[in-house]
Every structure is written in structure tokens, then in C-alpha cells.
Design a protein. Structure first.
Length: 145
């Protein structure tokens, strides 16, 4: 028999499966029996006419399916985490290589690099000023005093 703690931990999933199996169960029924395995079995028997063994077997299958799904979910999460770690490592390696080449370029041509940096700073500054002006003009005139 399913324990109260197992049932409580997977209540929403089990409740959904119970609704699929016995559609005559209502939300009111579930609110009265939530959490107690014995009360749940009894209420389902009374409402549906199913035998105690049928209900218990169904609940046990629900719990087994949920456990298997948890293991599968954990496996997918582990695979995703590994893929993300690999991606971050590749990105870090690429960034490190880019930084190294940029440093070499700046040391070979410091004046040109400085000019490019100043020009980029001016462009970004202009874009920022224009975006601030656009957002201020959309919010309407500013009242003072």
C-alpha cells in the first residue's frame, strides 16, 4: 500500500491520473480526501464502485511510473548540465583566444587601437543619448516646479 508521505509528495500527479482513470471524481472529493491514503482508497471505492485492490494497484502503478519518470528527468537534467558545461568551456576558450589576439594587436598598433576605442566610445555614447532623448520624448513634457 502507498504510504501517506509518498502520496503527499506526488499528490498533484496522482490526482491527475486518478481523474483520468475515474472521471466521476470531483474536485470536492479530492479536497476531502487529500493526503490520507486510506481515506483516498475508501472514497474512490465508494464513488466509483472499484474494489480496494483495483484502487491500491492503480495507486502503486502511479507511484512506480512517477519514480521512473523522476529518474528519466534526472538523466535529462544531467545531460543538459553536461552540455552547458561543455558550451561554457568552449566559450571561455574562445574568449581567451580572442583576448590574447586582441592584446597582441593592441601592443603592435597602440595608436590605431586607441583611435578605434575612442570612436566606438563616441558611437555608443551617441546611441545612449539618442535612446534617452527618445524615451523622454515618449513620456511627455517634464513639468518643473
Amino acid at each position: 500500500m502507498v504510504s501517506r508521505d509518498e502520496l503527499k509528495g506526488r499528490w498533484h500527479e496522482v490526482k491527475g491520473r486518478l481523474k483520468e482513470q475515474w472521471d466521476q471524481l470531483s474536485e470536492e472529493d479530492f479536497s476531502r480526501i487529500e493526503g490520507g491514503a486510506e481515506r483516498l482508497v475508501g472514497a474512490i471505492q465508494q464513488k466509483t464502485g472499484a474494489t480496494r485492490r483495483e484502487v491500491e494497484s492503480f495507486l502503486e502503478r502511479c507511484m512506480q511510473d512517477a519514480s521512473g519518470m523522476s529518474a528519466l528527468t534526472r538523466e535529462y537534467i544531467d545531460q543538459a548540465a553536461d552540455a552547458m558545461r561543455d558550451g561554457y568551456k568552449r566559450a571561455a576558450d574562445s574568449t581567451g583566444e580572442f583576448s590574447k589576439r586582441l592584446g597582441e594587436r593592441v601592443s603592435r598598433k597602440p595608436i590605431e587601437s586607441l583611435a578605434i576605442a575612442l570612436a566606438m566610445g563616441a558611437v555608443v555614447g551617441c546611441m545612449y543619448a539618442m535612446s534617452r532623448r527618445d524615451s523622454t520624448s515618449r513620456s511627455g513634457p517634464v513639468r518643473r516646479g
